[in-house]
Ligand binder design. Sequence first.
Ligand SMILES: *Cc1c(COP(=O)(O)O)cnc(C)c1O
Length: 587
Amino acid sequence: MQTNSSKANFYVDFPNSGKIAYFSMEIAIHPEMPTYSGGLGVLAGDTLRSAADLSVPMVAFTLLHRKGYFSQHLDSAGTQSEDIQPWNPADFCAEEPARITVTVEGRVVTVRAWRYDLEGRSGHIVPIYLLDTDLDGNSGWDRGLTDHLYGGDTNYRLQQEIVLGMGGVRMAAALGLHVNVYHMNEGHAALLTLALLEQQLGGGLLDVPTEADIEQVRRRCVFTTHTPVPAGHDRFSTEQAIRILGGDRTARLERLGCFQQNLLNMTLLALRFSRYANAVAMQHGKVSREMFPEFTIGSITNGVHAPTWISDPVQQLLDEHIPAWRQDTLCLRNAIDLPEARIRMAHARAKGELLAEVASRTGLVLNPKVLTLGFARRVATYKRANLLFNDPERLVEIAAAAGGLQILFAGKAHPQDEPGKALIREVIDNAARLSDDVLRVVYLENYSWDLGALLTAGVDVWVNTPRRPYEASGTSGMKAALNGVPSLSVLDGWWIEGCIEGVTGWAIEDGADDAEEASALYNKLEAAIVPLYRDEPDKWARLMRTTLAFNGSFFNTHRMVIQYTRNAYYPTKPAARVPVREETYAD
Ligand SMILES: *Cc1c(COP(=O)(O)O)cnc(C)c1O
């Protein structure tokens, strides 16, 4: 629903009619296109949605992922099985006539692109090019290079990264795009720098690049890192690099200092060739600078696309009271004045929609009056989905004191992540053992965009329990905040910035181990959350209001894209320093 059609591109001036080319291995483009796996893809999609709304001249490159990220099935014991989700690109995208080639393991692979036009609220279009190798003339193996997102082994991954990085740069040129900024969203796209360097050298593989050549590439590249632990960075062995990229290219990357401990490190490659690099939250910036002390790494805290993640009932309320929010998300700060009864009603409707979905999926009818916690994200062990069950007796006691407690879980484990799959079984086992009339625990299958939107809008409290400092940012708690839903979370990632105790949610205090942190979680539930929810509905409504006002107005991608534009893409030159005489300071 558009209530104000004026364009929002007064925020920034864009020089030279050039384009920013945004590269990401995954992008959540459309709920029915299975081209994303989790937070990174959702962030990429939200970034492009805000860029379109703000009329930022951006284009994007990703892989087609023809077989889709997997859909998840859970049996009654909680064992996960996976199915591919093939989809038809022609249903959503238009095929571009351009063809380019890349060399993979010495073979020449032809690549085409499918264009998806992402339209912003005032009609500005951000085209997304999905690269595809499924073409006659390519070998059977090569035709499958753009089939599976995060499937296969590291050989497959490096081959995909050649298609994305080097193929994307060549496709941009073949499409006649005038790109003046290349943005690598995570290290997967780092090989684009190699393609740019080769362009700079006129294709000469054996020419030794000069500092000036490298500087020409650096002037055009910016990089965002998303991983706070060394093991999370993409790395490839020298043998793999020589075999897949070729000996000359590998030697060049070695000379340019892109190897660490004999491994080609994609983060290092991206950092070496970027004039600007950032992490995705303040704390993550600190961790990244410690990991790569020789580089300057700033931070731009993540956000989410407000109109995508705010439930319809809350959007209607905002349109009525703060219509300018669609054009300028800073206006959400004025949510501080929303009528308490109305925000309570809007949330009740969102909760009703969520519980209806739970009933239709599971047959379980949950109680809309009962305090409902949500925990849904990619199942990685560091996120500790089972921390809530660390002391089951205590959890049961809290549920009794609250007059009932409902906990909704969802999340996929990567098909090769056995510990992650074990964690799902553990949660489902606890759900079966502990659930009764007072405590209800439900694990919902096949976490995706739609379910994520229902959950973050419809629960009463969003819970997050990562082991510090593994959460670079996290974004699902931001979706909750935009719906007025407070978080109960470990102080990691974005929550260090977002938590105002008792105003936007609650912090789970640090402990020496899981048991201590679980105990801190129970303490907050028992002492702060349960009594407030049970006994003080007016105060709870005010809490929802402050959550939306303080965190919704900041943790959104409109603010984030404006920061990228000003700090990374087209930084404003520092103002010339005006010499000031001593006496100026005297008065
Ligand atoms: C938002 C979202 C995520 C990311 O959640 P985190 O809190 O960052 O872990 C993952 N998957 C889906 C489907 C989402 O909507």
